[in-house]
Design a protein around this ligand. Structure first.
Ligand code: ATP
Ligand code: MG
Length: 575
């Protein structure tokens, strides 16, 4: 491709609405243009990247015997009524009406369509297993479309669905997809970890997310990962072993003590000259309109998703000061937050595992300016009926699997795999005849990859202050040739000869034949992030050209006759 003909413009300014690096660079380098919030045009440069990611996906899916098809985007309401998701999916589902008043939606995912297809097409266990996939635009009316391609209202997804006769079959299909995913992301040059995840609205029992570890502070999720083994988990479900801490308050007897205006854990610890880890912290939550008390060791924090799951609530939030007062008053006390404790408050109390080892500890007793010191479980205060893990795991703590150290990084979820089981097939009466002639519902799995999000994740992972550094395998082009001065006959002739030779050798190459200043061309080349650059400048009179490797900044001076081979060698090495 000649850059003089290429449909792209680079921008010097960062767009005002772009909060994350991938959004900023993809716009600045001319890969995407915004149509409206969450909706983008994929410009020719990005389209090349997306097609490469798709090719990798196709090869790896096909290698696991999955078959590609294309399902309709426009889906009838009836199918969603059958699965029960027309209501459940809520506002994220893009609904529309046709001219006859029939309701439809734009597919955010395709369990309904595919389950109906299997119902019609797969009659016998002999036709199983089957795994079908497609690569297609998906539509979700996200509450907050943001971060460019990371969270769009329209985005490209690969979605696959497996059908098996039983759980054992599903386990095999799931394992095959796991392997495909590991290969796909590796080939895209991305370091991912597979983490156990909440299955959310899609449902099913087991699910895993594939997270790109950005190893920077960009990304939507906090991921805790072990520096020694494979363990990794989203912070909202990560577990850890705590580091040793002083959990004995060392008070000789239990008594109520004046603590005038001493409310926070930090102030209490100072006041009594004890470790925060010898204090029992009491927090009030509002869970689906009821109050719940959560107890945790003073130096630790509650993970609200864990708490929510432990008490089986749909929504929780920390109570306001007024609500705390309200709760306390309802129970016959009169104090505010800071002095609250579990004793005498008649609501569900849930404790974190960390409280069990507390001894002779300090805790609130619902009296203003007072605390109980020297408390022990089963004596002054009962251990809550539910004690479980509701604690936020932290970096520096110990891995729950091995004894390695946990570290934290931002992560981007690029893929998600679910064991759906019979959730959809039962509801939609999608069955086959088993070996004994009995009707059985399909045992299903579903497997998604955000294709456009993967491209953005690669930019989050690979960039520097000058622009993108595409991994070779998904770069829009392998090589860019920059003749420094297009009016210099020798430079142009050499550059064009490289261009032709590289194209003949099937190298994907662009030549910057624009009559721009060299500085502009170099800046654009860095911004766009083509992995290898050949600069043909003044040194050509001595027979030399420069080769620059974008990811490392390394610069090589090579005789012009060796340049093409050198470039091919570099591509092979990093592909
Ligand atoms: P998230 O938790 O990020 O909303 P999800 O659990 O809703 O993701 P899935 O329904 O499992 O996502 O979709 C499969 C994949 O599609 C995700 O792993 C992600 O890579 C991608 N994806 C989901 N929503 C979006 C979006 N709004 N924009 C871009 N990619 C998306
Ligand atoms: Mg979502």
């Amino acid at each position: 491709m000649k850059m003089s003909k290429m449909f792209f413009t680079t921008l010097r300014e960062t767009p005002a609405d772009a909060e994350v690096v991938s959004h900023q660079l993809l716009v600045r380098a001319g890969f995407i243009r915004k149509t409206t919030s969450g909706i983008y045009t994929y410009m020719p440069l990005l389209w090349k990247v997306l097609k490469k990611i798709e090719t990798i996906i196709r090869e790896e899916m096909d290698a696991k015997d999955a078959q590609e098809l294309l399902l309709p985007i426009l889906q009838p309401e009836e199918l969603w009524q059958e699965s029960g998701r027309w209501e459940v999916y809520g506002k994220e589902l893009m609904r529309l009406q046709d001219r006859h008043g029939k309701m439809c939606c734009l597919g955010p995912t395709h369990e309904e369509i595919i389950t109906a297809l299997a119902r019609d097409e797969i009659k016998s266990y002999r036709q199983l297993p089957v795994n079908l996939y497609q690569i297609q635009d998906k539509f979700r009316d996200e509450i907050r479309p943001r971060f460019g391609l990371l969270r769009g209202k329209e985005f490209i997804m690969k979605d696959a669905y497996s059908f098996d006769a039983d759980e054992a079959g599903l386990d095999v299909s799931y394992q095959k997809m796991t392997e495909a995913y590991v290969n796909i992301f590796n080939r895209c040059g991305l370091e991912t970890r597979m983490v156990r995840s909440d299955s959310g609205a899609i449902g099913g029992s087991v699910s895993h997310e594939f997270m790109v570890l950005t190893r920077t502070d960009s990304g939507e999720n906090d991921v805790l990962f072990c520096d020694t083994c494979d363990y990794a988990a989203n912070s909202n479900r990560a577990e850890s072993k705590m580091l040793p801490a002083e959990t004995d308050g060392k008070f000789n007897e239990a008594k109520e003590v004046d603590t005038p205006n001493v409310k926070s854990i930090e102030d209490l610890a100072k006041f009594f000259n004890i470790a925060p880890s010898a204090i029992c912290k009491t927090l009030v939550y509002v869970a689906d309109k009821r109050y719940v008390l959560a107890l945790i060791r003073g130096d630790k924090a509650i993970e609200e998703i864990k708490l929510k799951n432990a008490i089986d609530a749909n929504e929780i939030r920390i109570a306001s000061d007024d609500e705390v007062k309200d709760l306390v008053e309802k129970n016959g006390f009169n104090t505010g937050s800071g002095f609250i404790g579990p004793k005498g408050i008649n609501v569900q109390v849930i404790g974190d595992n960390s409280i069990t080892e507390l001894k002779n500890f300090v805790v609130g007793i619902n009296k203003t300016d007072m605390h109980l010191v020297g408390a022990n479980w089963g004596k002054e205060i009962d251990l809550p009926k539910i004690v479980t893990d509701i604690r936020l795991a932290e970096a520096g703590e110990t891995c729950p699997v091995c004894d390695g150290k946990l570290d934290i990084t931002k992560g981007i979820e690029v893929g998600n795999i679910f064991k759906l089981g019979t959730k959809y097939s039962k509801k939609m009466k999608s069955t086959f005849t088993d070996e004994n002639g009995k009707e059985q519902p399909f045992v299903m799995g579903c497997y998604g990859i955000g294709v456009s999000r993967t491209a953005a994740a690669a930019v989050e992972r690979y960039h520097d202050e000058n622009g993108i550094q595409w991994p070779m395998s998904i770069a829009p082009y392998h090589v860019s040739i920059v003749p420094v001065n297009v009016n210099d006959e020798l430079q142009m002739r050499t550059a064009e000869a490289f261009y032709k030779e590289l194209m003949d050798k099937k190298v994907e190459v662009i030549i910057d034949d624009r009559s721009e200043r060299a500085g502009v061309k170099f800046k654009d080349a860095d911004l766009i992030g083509i992995p290898v650059r050949i600069t043909v400048g003044k040194t050509i009179t001595e027979g030399n050209v420069e080769i620059k490797i974008r990811s490392t900044g390394e610069m090589l001076v090579v005789p012009k006759d060796e340049a093409v081979n050198k470039v091919i060698e570099l591509i092979a090495k990093t592909a």
